[in-house]
Design a protein around this ligand. Structure first.
Ligand code: PNS
Length: 162
């Protein structure tokens, strides 16, 4: 069975992420969206919240499931007998950021990274930009599924009250 691992912080999961996962789901038997936990970085959403939001977003994709990992990504793949990472590319900037990681992962553990182009509609969308714009009162609803937008706005409103 060919499995694709789509790793990321997903804080939160955007329509750009969803597009890449959906494309991967059409080409691999199984896709695992793996929320990679960075113990040194606290996100806007807890890991449990991120997982729940992604699960809801991908509920219509039967061959997609969500998992979590703390540590070296290649160890996750080795432990689960997976060999392929799928990443989305929005631009050359992503390419320059991703290539060293892909080469390192291949050298560390013979893990292959497959790049899928994102939809041009989401080429400018990132979790960090979406959070920044939302905090400053901009409309980010086109870039997130409804339930994620709702949660983000609740979180942002909560932050404003502090
Ligand atoms: O969504 P992000 O933050 O761009 O995802 C980056 C992520 C989490 C996929 C990357 O930082 C990662 O793989 N982290 C796990 C730790 C690791 O294996 N680091 C070495 C990469 S060569």
């Amino acid at each position: 069975m060919a499995t694709a691992v789509c790793p990321g912080s997903f804080d939160p999961f955007t329509r750009g992420h969803r597009y890449v996962v959906e494309r991967a789901a059409g080409r691999f038997d199984e896709v695992v969206v793996t929320v990679v936990v960075n113990p040194n970085k606290s996100g806007m959403f807890s890991v449990d919240e991120r997982i729940a939001l992604i699960e809801e977003d991908c509920a219509d994709l039967p061959n997609v499931r969500v998992d979590r990992w703390t540590g070296l990504l290649v160890d996750y793949l080795t432990e689960n007998s997976y060999s392929t990472i799928v990443k989305g590319l929005r631009s050359g900037v992503d390419f320059d950021y991703e290539v060293p990681m892909a080469q390192m992962n291949r050298e560390l553990s013979d893990v292959e990274t497959v790049f899928l182009l994102t939809d041009p509609r989401y080429a400018h969308v990132s979790s960090s930009l979406v959070k920044e714009v939302a905090k400053l009162g901009g409309d980010v609803s086109p870039f997130l599924s409804g339930h994620i937008h709702e949660r983000l706005m609740a979180a942002v409103t909560g932050q404003r009250k502090v």
